[in-house]
Design a protein around this ligand. Structure first.
Ligand code: FES
Length: 103
């Protein structure tokens, strides 16, 4: 060990904190548009996006498999129909990487 090297100098330096696991967060919205303001009420519409999710707008209620409410956190939700999303039942855009084709 040279005079320039001291044990405390070679102690491991803590690196950056590991990134926290991604939190699914609220459902992504694909262009909610002006109808978003009516998302908590009004007639329900479901738009089938070509090779993508189902966009649900209006006075819908989202329930899990045991009829418990799921708070989508927003007026318009994009529901996955490709099966590749990591935040099911919501779309996370994975359909593009999966090259999902509806037909
Ligand atoms: S439809 Fe978008 S991730 Fe499945």
């Amino acid at each position: 060990m040279s005079a320039e090297e001291r044990p405390e100098d070679s102690a491991p330096v803590p690196g950056p904190e590991p990134a926290p696991a991604p939190h699914p967060g609220p459902a992504p919205v694909l262009d909610p548009g002006p109808a978003a303001a009516a998302g908590s009420g009004g007639p329900v519409s479901i738009t089938v996006c070509p090779d993508g999710p189902l966009l649900v707008r209006g006075g819908y209620e989202l329930l899990d498999g045991e009829d418990r409410p799921i708070d989508p956190g927003r007026a318009t939700v994009a529901l996955c129909r490709c099966g590749a999303s990591s935040i099911k039942p919501f779309c996370d855009g994975s359909h593009k990487r999966a090259r999902f084709r509806a037909r």
